[in-house]
Design a protein around this ligand. Structure first.
Ligand SMILES: O=C(O)CCC(=O)C(=O)O
Ligand SMILES: [Fe+2]
Length: 242
């Protein structure tokens, strides 16, 4: 793990070629953490907004993704026999709902992170934005609830993953959290993470999330482990007509 303390995402975006080579060198075998980019109260307000959205709308079933899909929250629960076993609550906010949803800051925060991720991955800065015909990317907020929500070890498809941490190990939950498999084997990353950190992981680094407080009952509280990221996917593989 390599820690960078930075106070401005736009300053980092302005020096994207420096950050690209710095991260290319760092991320081959370990993760990077960028600390200090966001005001904690701003992030807490965003998290509270997402939780309130879920209390108001409830959990939806699976729905096809297209440019009419509403913002929604769903339980993702895939058994150990699945290709990517996991269990968590996923809230998704799509760029085509920007005008109507009034969800304040999510789009703004996500756009900065997406731009930084794109530039450091060697992609067009607007890759995944609404006007990109090839890729689509959208803010997704995950809550791993107490009672054992988890994500099995996996690799991702795209350049690197950029995860905004929205909970505190030791306060919001006591056990579990992010790990990766480095050259020396298993590396439990979560104790090094703080609320507001941005974690960068190269997509071919094997990583996952150990079960969150599995000794506690599953509940509907706002506790547990929270993070935001923006999946980057090919439009034609995600968006379906109808
Ligand atoms: O929650 C995390 O720290 C990791 C999430 C992750 O790896 C993913 O969504 O692909
Ligand atoms: Fe991942």
């Amino acid at each position: 793990m390599k820690l960078y303390e930075e106070s401005s995402l736009s300053a980092m975006i302005a020096r994207a070629s420096f950050w690209k080579s710095e991260l290319d060198a760092t991320l081959t075998q370990k993760s990077a953490i960028i600390r200090g980019l966001f005001d904690a109260d701003r992030l807490r307000a965003m998290k509270a907004w997402v939780y309130a959205f879920r209390q108001q709308h409830g959990l939806s079933g699976h729905m096809p993704y297209n440019e009419g899909t509403p913002d929604h929250v769903k339980l993702v629960d895939k058994p150990l026999t699945d290709r990517r076993p996991t269990r968590f609550v996923l809230s998704q906010f799509f760029p085509w709902n920007n005008d109507s949803r009034g969800n304040g800051d999510i789009g703004e925060i996500a756009m900065g992170l997406m731009t930084f991720r794109n530039l450091c991955s060697g992609l067009d800065p607007r890759a995944g934005f609404m006007d990109d015909q090839t890729f689509i990317s959208w803010p997704s907020i995950i809550q791993y609830r107490q009672g054992g929500d988890f994500l099995a070890a996996h690799q991702d498809d795209y350049a690197f993953q950029c995860i905004l941490i929205l909970s505190d190990y030791g306060r919001d939950f006591q056990t579990g959290g992010n790990y990766y498999l480095g050259p020396e084997g298993h590396r439990f990353l979560e104790p090094d993470l703080q609320f507001g950190d941005v974690v960068l992981l190269k997509s071919d680094l094997v990583h996952g999330v150990h079960g969150i407080d599995p000794h506690l009952p599953l509940d509907d509280s706002a506790g547990g482990r929270w993070m935001m990221f923006c999946p980057l996917a090919r439009r034609d593989s995600v968006l379906r007509k109808g």
